[in-house]
Design a protein around this ligand. Structure first.
Ligand code: Q9C
Ligand code: ZN
Length: 662
C-alpha cells in the first residue's frame, strides 16, 4: 500500500523580496517560508516526511497555462534594474518583481510538479509544497496578487497530460478568490474548482463580480466552478466546517476526483491581517483530514497566502501532521455557523442545485435580502498581530496532546482474533452477554461488579479515555449490550459527552443514562420507530441502493457528521450489529471521518461473525486507509424523506445541521 508524506521546500525561494515601498505588497515576505519550515522542525514533522528536491519548471510546463509572451516578460525581469522592475510590476495588480523572481517562480512551480509526480507515481501518498511565489491569482498573461506562475493550475494541466487524470478537484482555502484558477478552468469539466473567499459583496479585493456564488462555470464546465463568497469578516471553525459539509464535500464525493490539489493559503486563519477571519490552526487539520478521504488519499497541498507568521506556521504544521496520520485535535469553539455564513452557503447550494444530484433532496432557494448588504466596511486594523501571537501560543498548548503509545487496542477472544496489523495491540477477552447485562444493571445501581471489571473491555475503555490507546476495536456476541456497558463505564469515568452510533437491527435498546451525556443514533433499514422527542436519541432510516456506487455520502454529510460535530463528543462508540443496511465501505468511511472527533477516541464494537467489517474497520483505525468509493447513487425516496423529517426536528438544537439561513 502507498504511504508516506512528501515535503517540498528550498530556502532558495527566499532569495527575492520587495525592493521598494509598497504597503500592499509588503506583507509577502521571505520569512513566511522560513517560519513555516522552522515550525515544522519544532514539531519534528520534517524528519517524518520524505523531503523532495525542487527543480525548475520547464518552459513547456509553464506554457501549459501561460502565454509565451508573458513568459518572455517574466524572463526579462532577471536582468532589470530596480526602476525597470518597478515599472514592469506596475503593469499588473498587486504584483512585484525582483531579479530572482523568475528563478524562484520556476522552482516554486517545479517544486509543485515534483510533489504531483511523487503522489501520482505512488512514491508518496500525499504531501505539501512550501513555496513562494504563490500562484492562484496569476493568469494566462498576467501576474497578480503576488503570484507569478499559477502553480496549482499548471499542476492540474500537468497531471492531466502526463498521467491522463480525468477528474481533478482543486480546493482553494486561501482567503482570497483564486480568480486565476477560475479563468483557466471555467469551461473545463475535468477540473472542479472550489473557492471560499472574503468578498463583502464585492468590496474586498480583487473586487470582482465573477467571484460571487453565481459564477458556476461556462459551457461544458457549467457546474464545475464553486464560489462561496464570505460577506463578513470573522468567519471561524464552525463556518468553515459547515462549508465543507454542506457545499464542498457532497459535490466533491459526487465528482469522485482522481487527484486533489489544495491552494493552501493560510490567510483564512486567525490573526491574518488580510483575511481577518477566526479559524484556529486545528481547523486546517479537520479540513485536511476530510480531504484525505477523496481520490484514494492522493492529496497535494500547495502553499498560497498567509501573512501572520505564527498563524501561518501553526496552521501549516497542523496540515502536515494530519497528512502524516497523527490524531486530529478536537475542534475548539462554539459549533454554530453564523447567520451570514449560512446565507452564503444557502446561495451557493442553490446556484449549484441544477447540476448535482446530492443537492436534489433538500429545498434550496436564494436568500431574498442579504443581512449584510450595505453594512459599513470593517474598521482598518490597528493591532500589529501580537495579540494573535499570544492567543496562538496558549491555544496550541491547550489543544495538542502527546500521541497515545498504542494506535489500536484490540479486545477479542483468542478464537476470534482479527488480523493484527502494525500499530495494534491485542488484549484477549471480551464481555460475555451475561457480563454485559451485569454491568449495565450494576451501574444503574451505582455498584460495580468485580467479575465484570475483570473482563478486558472495561479496562480498554479506561485506556481509551486516559489516552493510553488512540482507539479500540472489540468483537462481541452482543454488540449493543457491549456498547451499553462501554457507555456506562465511560460515564462512570467522567465522560461528559459520548456519541454512540448503532448500525443494524437493534433488537434491544440499551438502557443508558441520559441527561445529555450520551447522544445515540441508530441506523437501520426499517422504518423509524415511534418518535422519542429527545434530541439525544435519533434515528436514520437507510438502506443501500442496489447497483454499484453508494448513496451514503448524502446522509453522511447532511446529517451524521454535522450532528457529531455539533455535539463535540469526548468519546465515539460505533456498534455494528448483524442485519445491517449500510455497506462495508460506507461504514469504513463513517468510522474514518468520526476519528476527527474526540481526539480520535473511537471504540468500534463489531459482531463476531462480521469478518469483513472487522477487517475494514481495523484498517481504518490503524491507518487512514485509502478507501475507494464508487459513483454517487441517489438514495431511496423514503430514506431521503425520513431524513428530512428528522432534520426539521433536530436542526434547531444541533446547529451544524442547518444549511438554510432562517
Ligand atoms: N487589503 C495571496 O494571498 N492586496 N495574494 C489586497 C486588500 C492583495 C493576496 C489588498 C492581496 C494579494 C496569494
Ligand atoms: Zn490569499
Amino acid at each position: 500500500m502507498v504511504s508516506g508524506t512528501a515535503l517540498v521546500y528550498d530556502e532558495e525561494m527566499m532569495s527575492y523580496c520587495l525592493l521598494w515601498d509598497d504597503p500592499e505588497c509588503a506583507i509577502e515576505v521571505p520569512e513566511r517560508l522560513a517560519s513555516s519550515y522552522k515550525r515544522l522542525q519544532d514539531y519534528d514533522l520534517v524528519n517524518r516526511c520524505v523531503q523532495l528536491p525542487v527543480r525548475e519548471a520547464t518552459e513547456e510546463e509553464i506554457t501549459l497555462v501561460h502565454s509565451p509572451e508573458y513568459l518572455e516578460v517574466v524572463k526579462n525581469t532577471q536582468t532589470m534594474d530596480v526602476d525597470e522592475l518597478k515599472e514592469t510590476s506596475q503593469k499588473y495588480v498587486a504584483a512585484y518583481f525582483h531579479q530572482n523572481s523568475y528563478r524562484c517562480a520556476k522552482i516554486s512551480l517545479g517544486g509543485t510538479l515534483q510533489l504531483v509526480d511523487a503522489v501520482m507515481s505512488g512514491d508518496s501518498l500525499n504531501g505539501m509544497a512550501l513555496i513562494r511565489p504563490p500562484g492562484h491569482h496569476s493568469q494566462r498573461s498576467e501576474s497578480n496578487g503576488f503570484c507569478v506562475f499559477n502553480n496549482v493550475a499548471v499542476a492540474a494541466e500537468y497531471a492531466k497530460s502526463k498521467y491522463n487524470v480525468q477528474r481533478i478537484l482543486i480546493v482553494d482555502w486561501d482567503v482570497h478568490h483564486g480568480q486565476g484558477i477560475q479563468y483557466i478552468f471555467e469551461d473545463d469539466p475535468s477540473v472542479l474548482y472550489f473557492s471560499w473567499h472574503r468578498y463583502e459583496h464585492g468590496s474586498f479585493w480583487p473586487n470582482l463580480r465573477e467571484s460571487d456564488y453565481d459564477s458556476i462555470g461556462k459551457g461544458k464546465g457549467t457546474g464545475f466552478n464553486i464560489n462561496l463568497p464570505w460577506n463578513q469578516i470573522g468567519m471561524g471553525n464552525a463556518d468553515y466546517i459547515a462549508a465543507f459539509f454542506h457545499v464542498l464535500l457532497p459535490l466533491a464525493f459526487e465528482f469522485n476526483p482522481e487527484l486533489v490539489l489544495v491552494s493552501a493559503g493560510y490567510d483564512s486563519g486567525v490573526g491574518d491581517p488580510e483575511g481577518r477571519m477566526c479559524a484556529t490552526p486545528e481547523c486546517y487539520a479537520h479540513l485536511t483530514h476530510m480531504l484525505m478521504h477523496l481520490a484514494g488519499g492522493k492529496l497535494c497541498m500547495i502553499l498560497e497566502g498567509g501573512y501572520h507568521l505564527r498563524s501561518l506556521s501553526e496552521s501549516a504544521s497542523m496540515t502536515v501532521r494530519t497528512l502524516l496520520g497523527d490524531p486530529v485535535p478536537k475542534l475548539s469553539g462554539e459549533m454554530t455557523p453564523c447567520y451570514s455564513a449560512l446565507e452564503s452557503i444557502q446561495n451557493t447550494r442553490h446556484a449549484h442545485s441544477p447540476y448535482w444530484k446530492c443537492l436534489l433532496h433538500d429545498e434550496t432557494r436564494l436568500v431574498q435580502e442579504m443581512s449584510t448588504k450595505g453594512m459599513p466596511a470593517p474598521e482598518p486594523l490597528q493591532t500589529d498581530g501580537s495579540a494573535a501571537d499570544e492567543l496562538l501560543e496558549n491555544h496550541m498548548k491547550k489543544i495538542l496532546h502527546p500521541t497515545p503509545p498504542i494506535t489500536t487496542l484490540v479486545v477479542a477472544p483468542v478464537e476470534n482474533t482479527p488480523n493484527i496489523l502494525e500499530g495494534m495491540q491485542l488484549e484477549e477477552g471480551t464481555l460475555t452477554t451475561q457480563q454485559a447485562i451485569n454491568v449495565t444493571s450494576a451501574f444503574n445501581q451505582g455498584e460495580l461488579n468485580e467479575n465484570v471489571l475483570n473482563s478486558k473491555l472495561l479496562p480498554a475503555v479506561e485506556k481509551l479515555l486516559n489516552r493510553k490507546t488512540r482507539n479500540c476495536i472489540t468483537v462481541s456476541p452482543n454488540v449493543y449490550l457491549s456498547a451499553a456497558a462501554a457507555i456506562q463505564q465511560a460515564l462512570h469515568l467522567g465522560s461528559e459527552r459520548v456519541f454512540c452510533v448503532l448500525i443494524g437491527d437493534v433488537d434491544m435498546k440499551p438502557e443508558i443514562a441520559n441527561e445529555g451525556k450520551t447522544l445515540c443514533l441508530t441506523i437501520s433499514g426499517d422504518k423509524m420507530p415511534e418518535k422519542t422527542h429527545s434530541p439525544y436519541v435519533t434515528f436514520l432510516q437507510w438502506k443501500e441502493t442496489p447497483h454499484g456506487g453508494s448513496s451514503f455520502f448524502y446522509p453522511l454529510f447532511r446529517f451524521l457528521l454535522p450532528l457529531a460535530y455539533s455535539y463535540q463528543p469526548d468519546l465515539v462508540i460505533l456498534a455494528v450489529g448483524s442485519n445491517r443496511s449500510v455497506g462495508t465501505m460506507d461504514i469504513a468511511l463513517l468510522t474514518s471521518l468520526l476519528q476527527a472527533l474526540a481526539d480520535g477516541a473511537v471504540l468500534a464494537v463489531v459482531t463476531e461473525t462480521e469478518k469483513e467489517i472487522i477487517g475494514a474497520l481495523s484498517n481504518v483505525l490503524v491507518k487512514c486507509a485509502s478507501l475507494g468509493f464508487g459513483p454517487y447513487n441517489a438514495p431511496a425516496n423514503d430514506c431521503a424523506q425520513s431524513l428530512t423529517q428528522e432534520l426539521t426536528v433536530l436542526e434547531t438544537k444541533w446547529r451544524m445541521l442547518q444549511c438554510l439561513a432562517k
